[in-house]
Design a protein around this ligand. Structure first.
Ligand code: NHF
Length: 478
């Protein structure tokens, strides 16, 4: 078999809708796969998506999706974007809400029904077409493998990717009825999870193959420390679990050609222009001092407690600090307070794609003290933009960031400062190393330039996914 016909399903895809790294994967992986296979993408048509901007039009196909006692009308829309066909599922319940999943405090109460509708719509699309495989992402697509089992006339094979096991889609037991799922699935070896139903479990139980976004995370989630209560269940499905490292789209994240930067650059001199422009824009002084950057969701996973703990010490060093993120209120408050207290800390609250590019362009170091990190994409973006990452040795960070102490100019890997334990002291030691490295300009420049030339794209991992689809189509596990 040469070309596979693949449907790639995700609850968020850049540039249409994005809350995190999943959207970047949803954009970049199908694009990389489409070099070898016939790939189409399906996602919800949230009300926030600009239909005119992306020329998203109705296909005229309307259907009633029956779930439990209720029926929901769905309408399919399509557009072609950068050469790929995107199908959008519109249903008022699923799409006409302010946010994708809810607020930082809580998900929407009817999320099970909303994504149940999305999953049923995917089944409709699969039954009306002949796809060889469907690639499902995170719990929002988790019912599809189970529904495929219930619809044996559809021969499409299912690969399910766990992007973050901390988000499992667990709902009250009444969800089964509301989503039209037989009560026989409410057992420990199927969907039951501490008296609730878990979309993630349904996917792990019934997908033909389960991947996660880095090899180290694939091992970590088999342990109680990282398994979020599913370690035993995952272990019983270990034969079909494999870690494939994420990549980034290096055309999109390219300082050589980035319309969002104040000035594109190929070398560190050009980067200095972006740094000085950014510092001026926020009235920070000291272009010669290192600029540390943190970008991410303000949640415990990202190590925000560690960041807040060390910020006063970091602010006492000869450096500047920029933070961009949105998330839990207590973190927002602390960061606001710290940025008022120290005039070298600048906190941008919110999610801002343009500013994030400018910050990668400006920064000398990227801080990633994550407590756990399935893959992480920011460190790969930082490599491309010549900002050296400082990372906790965990998950995909352990797989993608090699220690500067082992720097090898011939290595294909990116190098950064790696700390072993998620403690303030260990993190601060890493930052002190960064300060010393920055003083040794020659060494700093050698490493940053090496990283900028690296290949962190999807090219290799797309081939791995291609091989995995083929193996499940042939009925093999790995
Ligand atoms: O890179 C995309 C992203 C990961 O580590 C990241 C995460 C969510 O937590 O796969 O998904």
């Amino acid at each position: 078999m040469s070309k596979i016909r693949l449907l790639f399903a995700s609850s968020e895809v850049y540039p249409f809708a994005k809350t995190g790294g999943l959207a970047d994967v949803g954009y970049a992986l199908p694009k990389a796969l489409s070099q070898y296979h016939e790939v189409e993408v399906v996602m919800p048509l949230y009300q926030s998506i600009d239909r005119d901007l992306y020329n998203i039009v109705s296909t005229g196909e309307k259907r009633l999706v029956k779930m439990g006692a209720a029926s929901y009308e769905i309408e399919l829309f399509q557009t072609s974007y950068e050469g790929l066909l995107y199908t959008f599922v519109y249903s008022a319940v699923l799409c006409d809400v302010e946010f994708l999943y809810g607020t930082a405090l809580a998900g929407y109460e009817n999320n099970a029904i909303r994504f149940g509708i999305f999953n049923r719509a995917i089944i409709e699309i699969l039954s009306a077409n002949t796809y060889d495989a469907v690639h499902l992402n995170d719990w929002q697509c988790g019912l599809v493998p189970l529904l495929l089992r219930e619809n044996p006339s559809i021969t499409t094979k299912a690969l399910f990717t766990i992007h973050n096991l901390a988000y499992q889609g667990t709902f009250p037991s009444s969800t089964l009825e509301e989503c039209g799922i037989d009560a026989s699935y409410f057992t420990l070896d199927k969907m039951e999870f501490y008296g609730q139903v878990s979309f993630m479990k349904a996917a792990i139980a019934y997908a033909d193959m389960v991947t996660t976004v880095s090899p180290t995370y694939a091992k970590e989630i088999l342990s109680p420390e990282f398994g979020c209560g599913l370690e035993g269940f995952l272990a019983s499905h270990e034969i079909k679990l494999i870690g494939v490292l994420n990549g980034i789209d290096q055309d999109h994240f390219s300082p050589h050609n980035d319309p969002l930067l104040t000035q594109s650059y190929n070398d560190l001199k050009g980067k200095q222009v972006n740094k000085s422009d950014y510092l001026k824009s926020v009235s920070l002084k000291g272009v010669k001092k290192p600029l540390f950057l943190f970008i991410g969701r303000l949640v415990s996973q990202k190590g925000v407690d560690l960041l807040i703990e060390i910020l006063p010490k970091l602010a006492s060093l000869e450096c500047n600090i920029a933070i961009l993120g949105e998330g839990e209120e207590q973190y927002v408050h602390s960061l606001q307070e710290l940025s008022h207290r120290y005039n070298t800390i600048y906190f941008h609250q919110g999610y801002d794609e343009k500013l994030s590019h400018q910050l990668y362009g400006a920064a000398d170091f990227l801080l990633m003290p994550s407590l756990f990190e399935p893959c992480g994409l920011n460190q790969l973006i930082a490599f491309s933009y010549g900002a050296i990452p400082i990372v906790h040795h965990v998950g995909g960070l352990a797989d993608s960031v090699k220690k500067i102490e082992k720097f090898d100019p011939d290595s294909p890997y990116g190098f950064g400062i790696v700390f072993e334990r998620p403690t303030g002291r260990s993190f601060m030691n890493a930052i002190n190393k960064a300060m010393n490295l920055y003083d040794d300009k020659l060494h700093y420049n050698t490493i940053a330039k090496h990283n900028m030339k690296g290949d962190f794209s999807w090219s290799e991992s797309a081939l791995v996914y291609g091989a995995l689809y083929k193996s499940i189509i042939k009925g093999k596990h790995v």
